[in-house]
Design a protein around this ligand. Structure first.
Ligand code: UDP
Length: 415
């Protein structure tokens, strides 16, 4: 396993965004947990929401006095192929779990567990299916740690074979975290089941306020013209994110708004081997329409460019078919950009249909809602104001800090 370097952050910088009760509770809990050693383990330090969430959360826990290390699993191409299949099938895709795939998964788990020999932590927090079976090796640690498993995906309707397999491991953790209660299938036997909604870092380069002129200048490099309407979806190239549906919706809008542009902004996560295939599907569907910009971290997209796209967009889409949370929704709402999301998973926590955005079930609905927003700047503005406040109250990182501290505090004092 590899240790990830973390940037420094100061908790005090976030105080103006928080209510007094939140600040007081965080201060009490972090005093109680000062010096506790925490290992966070996930599958990638780059690309996708989990890396983003850890990057936001961990420096603040450290600044509050905990000793936190972020470990990333080692994995072969085969391991990540199998774990992406876990991801897809836990989100409901059909298919059978084969003996050889189980062997690939358990073999890599064994190799990763070797790195835990003599670890000395009070808490070990494992993220997503890639890490689940590490619990079998808990006795490698020098002292007795509390183990937590955090699920970031939409398991509301999982493939039962895969759920049964993962469930065999997760029930041995001391606590299990999901984002929504309906993601937990028959969770009666899961210990200390906890619901935590993810959050964004409002002060990071991705989310800090960006001057519209600066955003427009950054986007010019990608061929985006400031004067023309812009639809944006920021996400990995993944069937669950439905980039092909986004292109279809854009084509419908284009008939009425010929000047409209579409940007599909996607990062290629190191634990997502399907990403390249799906990027090629997307490029083929975009064809020779040069008003569709398909851009990735390989042609210059960093956090600041993501910020620029989300800031400059007239409408941001997250037309997912399944979604654990969808950080991109909160990111866009925080910038005061109206969002249309698929009526699935964690997107439903963030968008109240018709109040701070729209929820859609089909490509046609999506196109219709885009047209409504493009034609009604005043409505788009109202959504933007309500959306930003919703994020401030519910989805900013200090609230995530509080949720984790509460859970660790509870586990720390369990007999
Ligand atoms: N992201 C990025 N660059 C890209 C595409 C996505 O930095 O080109 C980020 C995006 O801003 C968000 C995260 O990746 O912070 C995606 O998280 P989300 O919860 O939306 O989806 P996930 O990838 O976890 O399914």
């Amino acid at each position: 396993m590899e240790l990830v370097c973390l940037k420094e952050k100061k908790f005090d910088d976030y105080l103006p965004l928080m209510n007094r009760e939140v600040i007081e509770e965080i201060s009490y809990l972090s005093d109680e947990l000062r010096g506790k050693r925490v290992a966070m383990i996930n599958a990638t330090a780059f690309g996708g929401g989990v890396a983003e969430k850890l990057e936001a959360l961990l420096p603040l826990l450290i600044n509050l006095g905990l000793e936190v290390d972020w470990w990333v699993l080692e994995g072969s191409g085969d391991f990540f192929r199998v774990t992406k299949q876990f991801h897809n099938r836990l989100q409901g895709q059909e298919g059978s779990l084969t003996g050889p795939d189980i062997e690939v998964y358990l073999h890599q788990t064994r190799l990763n567990a070797a790195a835990m020999e003599n670890w000395d932590y009070d808490f070990v927090i494992c993220h997503d299916p890639q890490t689940a079976a590490l619990i079998d090796y808990r006795d490698r640690l020098r002292h007795r740690a509390r183990w937590v498993w955090r699920c970031h995906i939409d398991t509301s309707d999982p493939n039962p074979e895969y759920w049964d397999f993962i469930h065999r491991y997760i029930r041995h953790y001391d606590a299990v975290i999901f984002t929504m209660s309906n993601f937990v299938c028959g969770g009666a036997d899961l210990p200390n089941l906890t619901l935590i909604t993810p959050s964004i870092d409002p002060l990071s380069p991705k989310n800090a306020a960006l001057d519209p002129e600066e955003a427009a200048a950054l986007l010019r490099c990608f061929g985006v013209e400031k004067e023309r309407p812009l639809i944006v979806q920021v996400s990995r190239f993944d069937p669950w994110k439905d980039p092909l549906g986004v292109i279809e919706a854009y084509k419908m809008v284009k008939k009425e708004f010929p000047s409209v542009q579409l940007a599909l902004v996607g990062s290629m996560a190191t634990d997502d081997p399907e990403g390249w295939d799906y990027l090629y599907h997307t490029l083929r569907r975009a064809g020779e329409d040069y008003d569709i910009k398909v851009v990735t971290n390989f042609n210059g997209i960093t956090s600041v460019e993501v910020n620029a796209f989300q800031t400059a967009a007239d409408v941001v889409l997250q037309k997912s078919l399944r979604e654990g949370f969808g950080l991109t929704v909160a990111e866009a709402l925080w910038k005061g950009t109206p969002v249309i999301g698929g009526r699935v998973g964690g997107i439903r926590l963030q968008i109240e249909d018709g109040v701070n955005g729209y929820l859609v079930d089909t490509v046609e609905q999506c196109a219709e809602r885009i047209l409504t927003l493009l034609r009604n700047p005043a409505l788009a503005h109202d959504f933007a104001v309500t959306g930003k406040e919703k994020v401030r109250r519910n989805f900013i990182v200090p609230l995530n800090v509080l949720a984790y501290l509460r859970l660790l505090h509870k586990l720390n004092f369990l007999p």
